[in-house]
Structure formats: structure tokens, C-alpha cells
Design a binder for this molecule. Structure first.
Ligand code: ZN
Length: 159
């Protein structure tokens, strides 16, 4: 059985940046299970997995544009503290859900200078090429319910 559209694919992965720092890894915890062909994972990784079989291991470096996108300077904005009405305490690193120019998203506070708050709506990994070491541990056809929902139902399911 090969990785193809509408398959539930389980992978173990280790994600590193170009400096070799580990950003994320499934090693030591449950494999990541995703529904192939539905954009559940970043497009560059999904493309690299297509056609692979259980037991295959590979390494792929994915440019930022096929991962979390290029870093967009226009998503960094300075706004007045008064925009955070009802929030007592602001500090660098705090994240908020907000409607930004590209739609609903998460913005993080990256700098505070008195009443001037700098927020960044870029994904933390925007502009970062990502290298994945991947092993495919299971492939099965998705259930009709999973296909209806567009995601996999498993032990970690949010339903
Ligand atoms: Zn569901």
C-alpha cells in the first residue's frame, strides 16, 4: 500500500532547521496520523510523502514557501496598548487570536516600548526552510466519516 489521496498515514518525524536545531519531533511519543491529500500537513511534506510505502525513511528539505510561507514584513505592526482593552498585563511572547489582513490568525507580541506594542502575525516558522526526517509507520484507507470530516479520527481526536 502506498501513500495516496484519502489514505490515513502514520509517520514519525524529526523536524530541524538549517542550523540543525530540532524544532519538533514525534520520536518518543505517538506517530503523527494525517489524512493524505487534504492539506492536513504542509504542502511540501505532503508532496514528498506521495507514493511512499510503510517502512520507508527519507529526508526532505522544504523551502519556506512550501512550508509555513515566506516571512511577510507587513504582518508586523506597531499598535497602541489601548487596543488590548481588558488585558491587564502584556508581555513579549504572548499570543492572541486576531483578525489580521489575511484573515483570522494568531499574532504574537514581539516588542513592547511603553504604549507601543509590536505584534507579528507571521507563523513562528515563516521564512524558515524545514528539513524533515520521516519514517512511514502505517498506511490505511481513511473511513468514510474521516473523509467527510477531512481529518483523521484517532485516540487524540478532538471530538
Ligand atoms: Zn472529525
Amino acid at each position: 500500500m502506498q501513500v495516496a489521496d484519502n489514505m490515513a498515514v502514520s509517520i514519525h518525524y524529526t523536524l530541524t532547521n538549517d542550523e540543525g536545531e530540532v524544532i519538533d519531533s514525534s520520536i518518543g511519543s505517538d506517530a503523527l496520523v494525517y489524512l493524505h491529500g487534504k492539506g492536513n500537513i504542509i504542502s511540501g511534506l505532503e508532496q514528498a510523502l506521495a507514493g511512499k510505502e510503510v517502512g520507508e525513511q527519507f529526508t526532505v528539505r522544504i523551502p519556506a514557501e512550501d512550508a509555513y510561507g515566506e516571512f511577510m514584513p507587513e504582518r508586523v505592526q506597531v499598535i497602541p496598548r489601548s487596543m488590548f482593552e481588558g488585558v491587564d498585563h502584556l508581555e513579549v511572547g504572548m499570543q492572541f487570536h486576531a483578525d489580521v489582513s489575511s484573515g483570522p490568525g494568531v499574532v504574537a507580541i514581539v516588542d513592547i516600548d511603553g504604549d507601543e506594542i509590536t505584534i507579528d502575525g507571521n507563523h513562528p516558522l515563516a521564512g524558515v526552510p524545514l528539513t524533515f526526517d520521516v519514517e512511514i509507520v502505517d498506511i490505511r484507507p481513511a473511513t468514510s466519516e474521516e473523509l467527510d470530516h477531512g481529518h483523521i479520527h484517532g485516540p487524540s481526536c478532538h471530538h
